[in-house]
Design a protein around this ligand. Structure first.
Ligand code: LLP
Length: 431
């Protein structure tokens, strides 16, 4: 199985977090998102323990809520004493509503509006990751008005291609995110930040991409960032104390993907950071990492009911499910791989190779292609694994489909984290 929270029980049913998924589908209906709370906690602890062990107590992982932003997840983050990365008033509001201590929130985004800036101040967001000059001035204005000093990091584009899907590679120089070192603009922005009375520049941030399996891109990014920090020290006499290397550690979607040992990964990157800082005679900064996917992806699963089974002789087979691109747009957008199973036929031979299609009126609405499955029938429970990240978060009401509910499976029970949208919900804002 691709993750240790997935198994098969004596009935030949797929289990998730120790529960029979066929029973869960019958109890709550489909489509259905499941969230394994213990798995989320374990993933957080791996980051927390490895970072503090290797880089000291001042280091902290920040959960990137863009991967899955619901109150229940922020409750877990609060209890696990994680920091968080937020990117909008909506994410700030969700975290704040869950009682998350907002001083541990870092506010990202390449175009924060004045309203966003004001809202973040109001809710006590601890740190702004400042993307550009306009934003810096907006923060300075708001902080001056409130007669306070706001902690900021500056987002820098280190110019690294992490060999990942281009659409999610965000650290290169021509990116809309951050300010490039190479063009001299990052140094100018640092200098401007240092001149502002109501801004306290603590350090730098970069994010090189997502679904990265190798440690090398992170080590390269750390080198570039530390060198730049040393240069700032030399040119401006200012020793920055925080370095945020962003998110991006990959997860296993298929059996053929490598199993990532996040603890070992962080140990390796940390050793590199320590020796790079030493070589530059630069004091080791407090390190931040911003994992999203690797905290929640394998803690999620989606259950559907099988509908039409279409055999087109000489061409291909389709199995249609009662969800699709509205609850998981990632195959349509990025051709993302997923492991698909028929949850009630786990011990049957996989003789039916098919495209698992969604129910939307769009031919690109697919969950996966070329999937070997047991012979499917209408009513089977279809499970898609590793859907915790960027599924619910990217879901839409396309074709007026109500969003599915999310059930959190806890150590000793389960609860509805998000209820199923109703038809009334769909027209709620229409006057
Ligand atoms: N920090 C920043 C500044 C980010 O932009 C991101 C992701 C993260 C952290 C978290 O990265 P992660 O650990 O999750 O890789 N929708 C795409 C992924 C977009 C990622 C955007 N930024 C997908 O479904 O694959």
């Amino acid at each position: 199985m691709i993750c240790k929270n997935i198994g098969i029980n004596e009935k030949g049913h797929l289990t998730f977090a120790g529960r029979d998924t066929v029973e869960l589908a019958a109890k709550y209906g489909t489509p259905l998102y499941l969230l394994d709370e213990e798995r989320v906690r374990e993933n957080c602890r791996v980051y927390k323990n490895a970072l503090s062990r290797e880089l000291g107590e001042a280091s902290l992982p920040l959960y990137a809520g863009k991967a899955l932003c619901v109150k229940d997840v922020y409750r877990i983050m609060r209890e696990e004493k994680m920091g968080i990365d937020v990117v909008s008033c909506g994410e700030i509001f969700t975290a704040w509503s869950a009682g998350f201590p907002m001083e541990n929130a870092y506010f990202h985004g390449n175009n924060k509006t004045d309203e966003d800036v004001r809202f973040a101040f109001e809710k006590g967001v601890g740190c702004f990751v400042c993307d550009n000059e306009e934003e810096l001035c907006a923060i300075e204005r708001e902080a001056a008005e409130r007669n306070t000093v706001q902690k900021v990091l500056i987002r820098v584009a280190p110019g690294i291609d992490p060999h990942t899907h281009k659409a999610i590679s965000t650290g290169s120089i021509d990116s809309k995110f951050g300010t490039a070192i190479e063009t001299g603009q990052a140094m100018e922005l640092v200098s401007l930040a240092l001149s502002k009375k109501h801004v306290a520049l603590a350090g730098l941030h970069c994010h090189i991409g997502s679904q990265i399996f190798e440690t090398q891109p992170f080590c390269d990014a750390a080198d570039i960032m530390l060198r730049f920090m040393a240069e700032i020290k030399k040119e401006m006499g200012c020793t920055l104390t925080e370095l945020n290397l962003g998110g991006g550690i990959g997860v296993r979607y298929l059996e053929s993907h490598p199993e990532i040992d996040v603890d070992g990964y962080i140990t390796e990157v940390a050793a590199h950071i320590k020796s790079a800082a030493k070589a530059l005679s630069f004091p080791l900064p407090a390190i931040r990492l911003e994992p999203g996917r690797s905290i929640v992806a394998d803690a999620g699963m989606t259950l559907y009911s099988a509908g039409a089974v279409k055999r087109i002789p000489g061409f291909k087979n389709y199995l249609s499910v009662d969800g699709g691109m509205a609850d998981n747009p990632r195959y349509a957008l990025y051709q993302s791989p997923y492991t698909v199973e028929i949850a009630n036929k786990m011990n049957e031979e996989k003789t039916f190779v098919c495209t698992v299609a969604g129910r939307c009126c769009e031919s690109g609405d697919m969950i996966q292609e070329n999937v070997p499955l047991p012979e499917p029938e209408r009513g089977d429970t279809v499970a898609v694994c590793t859907t915790g990240a960027y599924n619910y978060a990217m879901a839409s009401n396309y074709n007026r489909l109500p969003r599915p509910p999310m059930i959190t499976l806890t150590a000793n029970g389960e609860h509805i984290a998000v209820k199923r949208e109703s038809l009334e919900d769909l027209i709620r804002n229409e006057l």
